[in-house]
Design a protein around this ligand. Structure first.
Ligand code: ADP
Length: 373
């Protein structure tokens, strides 16, 4: 069996897959509030009861992982890793050298990378015989040309790693694998709209450009992240706030939450009658249309749009409003199919195809891990 780990700053998701059945996990465990008061949720059946957990990453891992290893025959562990820098265009077997390289990338993703690397180091130190594979959120975008990855900054910064990397790559890879089963389109824009949100322009199933850049802060408006802001705003805020305070504003207090002042959650905002909720949703949709327009031009046209992740898969009204922005280009939505969240959402006369596909980042990690061990 294959264990898939997705470790964040305050949560941990562990999913167990049967090697010949990688679409859906046999059992998955989510631990929230890891650093304060861990809450464990289990989906699926276990022959033995789950262990009680202490507080903090170390305590949770040292209880949870031995339980998994004693209960099921686990051949390998696949990890979601946010940053692979310029080094990794594919998943990689974890060795001490690889761990060192991944640690050098911490400055590029200080909020996520340490939490991704910690369980790998822990497993390596405590259960050294277990095979581990790292799968990167950046890897799918390594096919982009330099044009898409450069900032117009002095070139020494590019050489120091200040480049546009792009994220959500595991989700985009999953969608890219599904595309040939539903469409012949070559130039496709995929909208991953979850708590984090980005667009990926794909040509023949490969990443051509994307809205997230150096960090997972760039591009679209998100649940609590701002998306692109004029760098001048940051300089302005530096007069009254510290860098840590600005980081919190940009990552945790902005986006749908910041503009609505009500919630980061799209469901709550769509149900609300408060005008600020409406304004947040308007801005969210507008920013998607604007960036889709930019990517359409960058691709030299767009033959298909794919919606995925929490909002993309479950919010017909958001899909409908985004698609309305492309009526000028001949996009004709099938309103009934959209209301049902079918896979195919466009009418036969539409000049742009539209699809809704559920994403499955964890199965991509399980597949890559199974393939490498
Ligand atoms: P994450 O990026 O954390 O994996 P998800 O992909 O689960 O997040 O997306 C979470 C977002 O999806 C939230 O804003 C949530 O409100 C939204 N969402 C989920 N279901 C619906 C729904 N039925 N209608 C509107 N929004 C929804």
């Amino acid at each position: 069996m294959i264990l898939v780990l997705n470790a964040g700053s305050s949560s941990l998701k562990v999913s167990l897959y049967q090697k010949d059945l990688l679409d859906a996990p046999k059992i998955s465990v989510q631990v929230d509030s890891l650093t304060t008061q861990p809450v464990l949720k289990i989906k699926g059946e276990s022959p033995t009861p789950a262990p009680s957990l202490g507080v903090g990453h170390e305590a949770v891992l040292s209880a949870l992982l031995p339980w998994f290893f004693h209960t099921w025959p686990i051949a390998a562990i696949g990890h979601r890793v946010v940053h692979g820098g310029v080094h990794f265009a594919d998943p990689v077997r974890v060795t001490p050298q690889i761990l060192d390289t991944l640690e050098t990338l911490i400055p590029l993703a200080p909020l996520h990378q340490p939490h991704n690397v910690f369980p790998m180091r822990w497993i390596h130190d405590h259960i050294p015989k277990k095979k581990q594979v790292a799968c990167f959120d950046t890897a799918f975008h390594r096919t982009q040309t330099p044009l898409a990855t450069w900032f117009a900054l002095p070139r020494r910064y590019h050489d120091q790693g200040v480049q546009r990397y792009g994220f959500h790559g595991l989700s985009y890879q999953y969608i890219a694998q599904q595309l040939p089963t539903i469409t012949q389109a070559s130039r496709v824009i995929v909208a991953h709209l979850g708590n984090g949100a980005s667009l990926c322009a794909m040509k023949d199933g490969k990443s051509y450009d994307t809205t997230m850049g150096f960090s997972a802060l760039d591009g679209l408006m998100m649940g609590t992240r701002s998306g692109s802001v004029d760098a001048g705003v940051i300089l302005h805020l530096l007069h009254e706030k510290t860098p840590d305070q600005i980081q919190d504003i940009l990552y945790k207090e902005s986006g749908l939450l910041g503009v609505s002042g009500i919630s980061h959650d799209m469901r709550t905002l769509l149900e609300s009658t408060d005008p600020h909720a409406g304004q947040a949703v308007d801005l969210y949709v507008y920013r998607i249309i604007r960036d889709m327009g930019a990517l359409t031009a960058a691709l030299g046209g767009c033959e298909a749009i794919v919606f995925t992740a929490g909002i993309g898969e479950n919010a017909p009204v958001i899909r409908q409003r985004v698609c309305a922005g492309f009526a000028f280009a001949g996009l004709v939505l099938d309103e009934e199919a959209n209301a049902r969240s079918d896979v195919r959402l466009h009418q036969a006369s539409s000049k742009i195809e539209v699809y809704c596909l559920p994403t499955n980042e964890e199965s991509i990690i399980a597949e890559a891990t199974a393939g490498m061990v």
